[in-house]
Design a protein around this ligand. Structure first.
Ligand SMILES: [Zn+2]
Length: 131
């Protein structure tokens, strides 16, 4: 893990070019984004919704829950952002990735039936998603 600490920045818009080691947070768009902490160049977008990620700000540091599992990327890194620290989690096994994707799909499909309008909005994020 190349970056063990992130600096958080609250912004209205998430910039197109992300600086490594920075967690950008847009409350307005309920989204956070950062460059993968392993040091690869991937942009990791974490929507803040009741079924994606939740963000905690304690006045000084931020935490994101659940973990960031970048299984769609070559690095497959997996970590937790807790109080601005990047805590490495063990890599996913292939079967866990499959199970995670199914669970994610299920959770979302349940949600979609309740709220179809929001479904379409979230669908746009889907292509870029990881748990
Ligand atoms: Zn990476």
């Amino acid at each position: 893990m190349k970056y063990r600490r992130l600096e958080h920045r609250f912004m209205q818009y998430i910039p197109r070019l992300l600086e490594p080691g920075v967690l950008y947070i847009s409350i307005e768009f309920a989204t956070a984004a950062h460059k993968c902490c392993c040091g690869c160049d991937e942009h990791i977008v974490t929507p803040l919704t009741s079924h994606d990620w939740s963000l905690t700000f304690d006045g000084e540091t931020v935490s994101l829950w659940p973990s960031i599992g970048n299984w769609n990327y070559a690095c497959r890194s997996h970590y937790i952002i807790k109080r601005n620290r990047v805590v490495e989690a063990r890599p996913w096994r292939d079967d866990e990735i499959t199970a995670g994707r199914q669970k994610d799909r299920l959770a979302k499909s349940e949600f979609y039936e309740v709220n179809r309008e929001e479904n379409e909005l979230i669908g746009d994020w889907g292509s870029n998603l990881h748990i």
